[in-house]
Design a protein around this ligand. Structure first.
Ligand SMILES: Nc1nc2c(ncn2[C@@H]2O[C@H](COP(=O)(O)OP(=O)(O)OP(=O)(O)O)[C@@H](O)[C@H]2O)c(=O)[nH]1
Length: 336
């Protein structure tokens, strides 16, 4: 996962550490103007200079200009949204520039800590505990999934149903994608495999009515969660808006979750922003993270929408759904 970006972040750490060390050396030299004389008088001078080099250093923005520029290019090439990339750079600068830093174990760890903080700041926007949210909500909890077709939305709903079962929640599937031919059959395969009830209407029917029926079914059968698919192939955000606002009026969903594929990169980020404008999303799930070398969508979506990424799809199996843990994702990005 995210191997391409990981490599670039590693290069930034090394380059920035080199710069910091050069700067520390230069500062050590300038703090010892009588170096030559002192050196001959005091054989331990070289050691003191070294300890300064691994001691304290003040960096200014110019020192880091080269590595930060390379980092910005790397983030953009890996589909990190431009404002998010800038925020990451600002975060790093704020931590490294100007203040006197003590370089303890290694310069690289100083740089790594700054990078970690800056990434966490953007990746962890809006995080909440999904299971806790469901636990305290009145039942049935209604979750509506939005996003364009073809990104793995149906498989994700099935994965989530299995995940919920493992956490003690029963669920019913509802096919609110009444637009696409074959959508009923597609979700039915998953419902059969997982032994879940599927509520569906004929193609062309009203998505709000399907989800309403699913809520009725869940209420009558003591089911905890309704997982409602919706059509994603809508031509304008007005269509989307009117479909989702009708669902809102009729069933008042507890959560609206946007699903897209991590591999779509910047396109996924743009779509997340559009769906959020149209439907006010509460969270996102990124599929196919297992095939994503860039990580740009995973880094950007929470910051761009204000809604957290909740899960990552990491394969085709029903168990290939990972809770999105910002710290774990950042550690993964910083891994060797
Ligand atoms: N590698 C990988 N494949 C996935 C993941 N999620 C879904 N897929 C695969 O993507 C393909 C499409 O998934 P479906 O759920 O059928 O989605 P779709 O029919 O393309 O469209 P929607 O359901 O409308 O999004 C299937 O082969 C899935 O197994 C994932 O996280 N990783």
């Amino acid at each position: 996962m995210f191997d391409g970006l990981k490599e670039k972040l590693g290069a930034f750490r090394e380059d920035a550490a080199d710069v910091a060390e050069e700067q520390a050396d230069a500062q050590a030299d300038s703090e010892a103007p009588d170096a030559a004389a002192e050196e001959s008088a005091d054989p331990s001078f070289t050691d003191r200079a070294k300890s300064l080099a691994t001691g304290k250093v003040i960096l200014d923005a110019d020192d880091l200009e080269g590595p930060l520029w390379d980092l910005e290019m790397a983030l953009l090439e890996n589909d990190v949204e431009m404002e998010v990339a800038e925020e990451i750079l600002d975060g790093i600068e704020a931590q490294l520039v100007g203040e006197q830093k003590t370089i303890t174990d290694s310069t690289e760890s100083l740089i790594e800590d700054a990078l970690r903080e800056a990434l966490l700041d953007v990746v962890s926007v809006g995080q909440f505990d999904f299971v806790e949210r469901l636990t305290v909500a009145d039942k049935p909890v209604v979750i509506v999934f939005t996003g364009v077709n073809g990104v793995g939305k149906t498989t994700t709903i099935a994965k989530l149903s299995k995940y919920l079962e493992s956490r003690g929640f029963s669920s019913v599937l509802a096919n609110g994608d009444t637009y696409r031919a074959g959508a009923n059959e597609q979700i039915e395969v998953h419902a059969d495999r997982l032994d879940r009830e599927l509520i569906s209407h004929e193609q062309g029917g009203d998505p709000a009515a399907v989800i309403y029926d699913a809520v009725e079914y869940a209420t009558a059968n003591d089911i905890d969660v309704v997982l409602g698919d919706t059509a994603g192939r809508l031509h304008t955000s007005d269509d989307l808006m009117s479909q989702l606002s009708k669902i809102d009026r009729v069933v008042e969903p507890d959560l609206t979750i946007f699903v897209d594929e991590a591999v779509a990169g910047q396109d996924a980020v743009n779509r997340a922003a559009e769906f959020d404008d149209a439907a006010n999303i509460d969270g996102a799930i990124l599929t196919k993270a297992d095939a994503d070398t860039h990580g740009g969508a995973a880094i950007s979506i929470a910051k761009v929408t204000g809604a957290p990424i909740l899960f990552l799809g990491t394969g085709q199996g029903y168990d290939d759904l990972q809770v999105f843990d910002p710290e774990a994702v950042v550690e993964e990005l910083l891994g060797e």
